[in-house]
Design a protein around this ligand. Structure first.
Ligand code: ZN
Ligand code: ZN
Length: 100
């Protein structure tokens, strides 16, 4: 098992982890089992309020209580990967060009 993975935390008093109201109608996070109301989950940008859970955005966002959408980070990572690929390709082409 992944040592960094969040573990399920069964709570004696079942409450929503986002609004702390009784967890009537709340659903469990598929990763860590934290209970949240569907509406609360939506308000949190679809992120799990549990620190370290795969469904959370960034730790900094969790401190301020604001959840950033995950997509911008994914786009930036994709751009970095494309840039790195272009650099490797450019270096390879330069190497080939010098040989002929
Ligand atoms: Zn709630
Ligand atoms: Zn979770």
């Amino acid at each position: 098992m992944d040592p960094g993975a969040p573990e399920p935390r069964p709570s004696p008093a079942l409450r929503c982890a986002y609004c702390h109201d009784p967890a009537d109608g709340a659903t469990a996070c598929p990763t860590c089992g934290t209970l949240t109301h569907p509406a609360c989950r939506e308000e949190a940008g679809g992120a799990c309020p549990t620190l370290g859970c795969a469904h959370i955005a960034t730790p900094a966002a969790a401190v301020t209580g604001e959840y950033l959408p995950r997509d911008p980070a994914a786009v930036i990572n994709c751009l970095i990967a494309l840039f790195a690929a272009a650099m490797v390709l450019g270096a390879a082409l330069g190497y080939i060009a010098r040989r002929y």
